[in-house]
Every structure is written in structure tokens, then in C-alpha cells.
Design a protein around this ligand. Structure first.
Ligand SMILES: O=C(O)[C@H](CS(=O)(=O)O)OP(=O)(O)O
Ligand code: MG
Length: 235
């Protein structure tokens, strides 16, 4: 089974059947929590200007994201899963612009099926793929760990790979330990950087079984992340 793990967000990938883009800290943890709170979809924006343009065309959409991890002036939401816990997403759409996860996804659209996930939905996503898409004889999968150097997304990619292959899977506990110890996590524990919440990392390392996966669909040239129910085999 050719599963290839790729690290970073500036890749040029060959076409494949499945791409899974991983961003644990924090973009697709944010996405997962927002969907669990009623969000209907996420439009991906490559730049801040593009995000504002999308907002102009769709004033009800929420702007969310970061630059260097920090809030973007004029955006309703930053990239903190902890801060969105009380936000009402019911029936809403979000425009997301982030450094790693969103950029990596925009460079990973050349596949029949494109999924995104953090650790919170990693097992659900891996089991969904195994159940529904394991039918190709010559299946090719890219697991894209979007942080260029950090171990958080790489650990999660290896966790997913272990579940897909079923041989010597890495435990959730070991994966969580690597996420907490990763370079990307350290600023969240730094008391001199209070804008980064340690609660964000707690949000990122929980496994939250869901009845959906997050799948990218390109609508009129615009990539949108949507919920696909796990019970739905006909994706
Ligand atoms: O905000 C984040 O967590 C990161 C940016 S950084 O690594 O903190 O600078 O963005 P993401 O695309 O969610 O990895
Ligand atoms: Mg990240």
C-alpha cells in the first residue's frame, strides 16, 4: 500500500487517489471544533486579501485565521480552538486563512478525495478511508503533515498511517506526547507569550469521535471543506 508521508505546505504533489492534509496545531482542530458546533462549511483563502474579497462577496461568512499565530485585524476569529468554544457557528460558513494547514491544502487539491484533519478527528478519518476507499488495487495516498519542521503533524500522520496499514500502529498516547513536545506547541506553554493559550494544546490532543469527516470539494474554483457523514459510503 503506497502511503507517502509528506512534510510542509509548499509541496508539488503527483496526482493521487487520496490526500489527507494534517494540521493539529491548530487550523484543522479549529475546523473540527467549529463543525461540531454547527458550522456548515469552510472556504479556504490563500491570502488575507483573498479572505477579505470573499468576505465582501459573502458578508455573513466569518473570517478566521492567523498570521504568525496571531489574530488578523478585521477577522472575527483567530486560530484558537479554546477561544471558539462559546462561539455560535450554527448554520454559518467560515473563511479560513492560516500559515500551514490552509496553505498545504491549497497545494494538495490534485487528488480524487481530499480530507483535512487534526488529531481530534484523525482516527475517525483513517477508519472512514479504510472502510470506504480501500477498494482501489493501486491506491495511492499522501498524508501531508503541514508544519514544515514540527513533529505535531508528522506524529499525527504516522498515527493515521498506522491505522490505515493496521501493522504496528502507533498509540494515541505516544502521538499525544509527541504533539505536546513538538516545536509548534512550545509557545503555548511560554508564560511570556500570553497571547498563546496552553488550553489550545489541550484542545488539540483530545480524540473526539465524530460522525463526520472533513472533506474538500472544489466549487466553481473555490475549495470548500464540508462535513461528510461517516455513515455515508457513497462519497
Ligand atoms: O496558528 C497556528 O497554529 C499556525 C501558525 S504558527 O505555527 O503558530 O505560526 O498556523 P496553522 O496553519 O494552524 O499551522
Ligand atoms: Mg499547524
Amino acid at each position: 500500500m503506497p502511503i507517502r508521508i509528506v512534510q510542509g505546505h509548499k509541496h508539488t504533489l503527483e496526482a493521487s487517489h487520496i490526500n489527507v492534509v494534517i494540521d493539529v496545531i491548530r487550523a484543522f482542530t479549529v475546523a473540527h471544533y467549529a463543525f461540531r458546533r454547527g458550522l456548515r462549511g469552510i472556504v479556504l483563502a490563500g491570502t488575507v486579501d483573498e479572505a477579505f474579497l470573499l468576505k465582501k462577496r459573502n458578508p455573513a461568512f466569518l473570517l478566521a485565521g492567523e498570521i504568525r499565530g496571531l489574530p488578523i485585524p478585521g477577522f472575527e476569529l483567530d486560530n484558537s480552538p479554546a477561544r471558539l468554544q462559546t462561539f455560535d457557528f450554527e448554520g454559518k460558513y467560515m473563511i479560513q486563512k492560516t500559515t500551514n494547514g490552509v496553505a498545504a491544502t491549497l497545494n494538495a487539491l490534485h487528488a480524487e478525495h481530499v480530507f483535512v484533519t487534526g488529531f481530534t478527528n484523525a482516527r475517525t478519518t483513517a477508519e472512514f478511508i479504510k472502510r470506504n476507499l480501500w477498494k482501489y488495487d493501486d491506491l495511492t495516498i499522501h498524508l501531508i503533515a503541514s508544519h514544515p519542521t514540527g513533529d505535531d503533524d508528522l506524529a499525527c500522520a504516522q498515527y493515521i498511517s498506522g491505522i490505515l496499514e493496521g501493522a504496528n500502529p502507533i498509540s494515541a498516547e505516544r502521538t499525544i506526547k509527541r504533539i505536546r513536545g513538538s516545536e509548534a506547541a512550545q509557545k503555548f506553554y511560554d508564560r511570556e507569550q500570553p497571547e498563546f493559550l496552553k488550553e489550545d494544546i489541550s484542545c488539540c490532543v483530545q480524540e473526539l469521535p465524530s460522525d463526520f469527516v472533513m472533506k474538500v470539494r472544489v466549487v466553481g474554483g473555490a475549495p470548500i471543506i464540508e462535513k461528510v457523514p461517516t455513515g455515508d459510503g457513497g462519497i
